[in-house]
Write a protein that binds this ligand. Sequence first.
Ligand SMILES: [Fe+2]
Ligand SMILES: [Fe+2]
Length: 174
Amino acid sequence: MARKVTLETLFRHPIVQKYVGRSGMDHAITVAEKAFNIAIKSGVNPDLAAKAGLLHDIGHYQWYTNGKWDYQMYKQNDIHAIKGAARAHKLLVRSGEDLENAKEIALAILLHTDSYLPEGSLELTPLQKVVAEADTDDEEPGGKHHYRQIDQRTALARIQMLDKKLNAISNTII
Ligand SMILES: [Fe+2]
Ligand SMILES: [Fe+2]
């Protein structure tokens, strides 16, 4: 089935540039690539996995006190997964994404971390597991993964490469 929205369309959107750029474009693209690879291996829809990977941290807010990142404040107050799920959903729907896909991607973003949830265990769907695993796999101590730099041209080339792979897959599935 042809894809209604490409990663490139999402990547070029000002909302993505602003908010995903804020939480780390290199991290987002790496998680999209990892989610794609894990999805292929585990029989999960790679298009949904890559999109959720790219957008998973779109809900981040900057927690600064006197110009310095305040980790404590972030830990106590952060709801980036909730905000990200809503923001990504709106963006996907407005971009013309299939509504069922938009919901699945938003839920995978909502559950990519449990840091904001009360203690307990959740039964994640395969797609949700793929995105959480890809994110955890790219984490660096002290949140350094959010600060890795990437230039715009390299970022776009990596996004286009993923789109190419996804288009090839969607054309063979019909
Ligand atoms: Fe996150
Ligand atoms: Fe992340």
